[in-house]
Design a binder for this molecule. Structure first.
Ligand SMILES: *Cc1c(COP(=O)(O)O)cnc(C)c1O
Length: 384
């Protein structure tokens, strides 16, 4: 959808790229110097906008990008050449030629993939880099750790494939250290059991945002794959905050379309799920589920107006959300800004808190802010 830049905004996301760069610096500073940084930018860089995020991360000095598919990888290639790009998902057969054309790195889970890609490499007379993924307990992609030997053997014989890395992925890093450690042990024992592996020449990685707290410099890893944390969002439940100091780069804002008074006993919005228990002042905000305010925050979440929390009344609708402004110290005005996610005045609605209202995870909220919401980028210089 085109946003006409001369038109006023009803609802928008503000993204602070300097804060992205500061977060990256903070994460890198928390890790040993030799650890390479793989920036995960799948799903439009977690809704922050692929183009701007990738350009800033290139400038900020990351080592590799990771994406979900070849079209995301192609977007990165258009922005700048030279950065290695790891495709994290399995590719479909029809996508495979593009892996060679764009010089991508494919994640491998099966002997079947090795054979298909090796045959294609032979016919194109082109080599392809791959990372083998080991399933140590995630149960998604990767070869089950106890079956890894045969797959590595097939890889060794695939002359058109170059083994560039080996990795695994944690299932419960944000809440279960013991299981994460078990996954680490399984991964290490696979790496040690393949005696021909040139470990020093490979990129070996396991850690995501939630697990870098339990990262230990004495393991075999030399890279991390970070998504959420670079955007300043904690992957942890409230009780378990991480040690890397980052701050959010994203806020979600809208404006007040109407302010009006309603008497005690009036019903609010579709479904009549809320009846006012006092004479009230309400504000109708210019954003709804068509913008990414989830229906489930109806009668539950808040928005900030004037730095104060205004409870959502009744159901969120497609284009509008109604909030209670009766208790505000200053009567809000038509057109005034309201903040759905982010800081305003002395208060802040963190994405983590918003996600709890929505009974989901921060990753999903970021992916659910719709195309109708223009992303506005701040262009300040990073100071850290
Ligand atoms: C998305 C993804 C990541 C990044 O995870 P965060 O928790 O956002 O840091 C890392 N590795 C793989 C395989 C992924 O799919």
């Amino acid at each position: 959808m085109t946003h006409h830049p001369q038109m006023p905004l009803r609802c928008w996301a503000e993204i602070d790229l300097a804060a992205l760069e500061r977060n990256l610096n903070a994460i890198q500073a928390a890790l040993p110097k030799r650890i390479r940084y793989i920036a995960v930018v799948k799903a439009d860089a977690y809704g922050h906008g692929m183009q701007q995020t990738v350009a800033r991360l290139m400038h900020a000095g990351i080592d590799m990008f990771a994406v979900a598919n070849i079209s995301e990888a192609a977007t990165i290639r258009e922005i700048g050449i030279g950065w290695p790009i790891l495709v994290l998902s399995a590719s479909l057969e029809e996508e495979e030629p593009y892996l060679f054309e764009y010089d991508l790195i494919q994640t491998i889970s099966t002997i079947d993939e090795i054979q298909r890609l090796n045959t294609r490499g032979a016919s194109l007379k082109k080599k392809l880099k791959v990372h083998i993924k080991v399933d140590t307990g995630m149960g998604r992609l990767g070869v089950w750790h106890e079956q890894a030997k045969d797959l590595f053997e097939a890889m060794r014989n695939a002359e058109w494939l170059t083994l560039d890395g080996v990795f695994t992925h944690f299932a419960v890093a944000e809440r279960d250290r013991d299981f994460t450690n078990l996954q680490r042990e399984r991964f290490t024992s696979v790496l040690k059991s393949i005696d021909w592996l040139p470990l020093e020449d490979l990129l070996i990685h396991a850690d995501n945002s939630a697990s870098i707290d339990s990262f230990t410099p004495d393991n075999l890893y030399n890279a991390v794959r970070i998504g959420l944390l670079q955007f300043g969002i904690s992957p942890y439940p409230k009780s378990l905050f991480g040690r890397v100091p980052t701050s959010p780069i994203f806020s979600f804002k809208t404006r007040i379309g109407v302010v009006k008074r309603l008497p005690k006993g009036a019903d609010i919005s579709y479904g009549r799920t809320k009846t006012l228990d006092r004479d009230s002042a309400v504000a109708v905000l210019c954003a709804g589920y068509g913008d990414g305010v989830p229906l489930i925050v109806s009668n539950r979440g808040c928005a900030l107006i004037n730095g104060q929390r205004c409870p959502i009344l009744g159901r969120v609708t497609m284009d509008q959300t109604i909030v209670d402004v009766t208790d505000l110290s200053l009567r809000p005005k038509h057109g005034e800004e309201a903040c759905l996610i982010g800081p305003q005045g002395d208060d802040e609605i963190r994405l983590e808190e918003f996600s709890e209202w929505a009974e989901t995870i921060s990753w999903e909220i970021l992916c659910s802010i719709t195309k109708r919401v223009p992303r506005i980028y701040k262009t300040s210089i990073a100071t850290a």
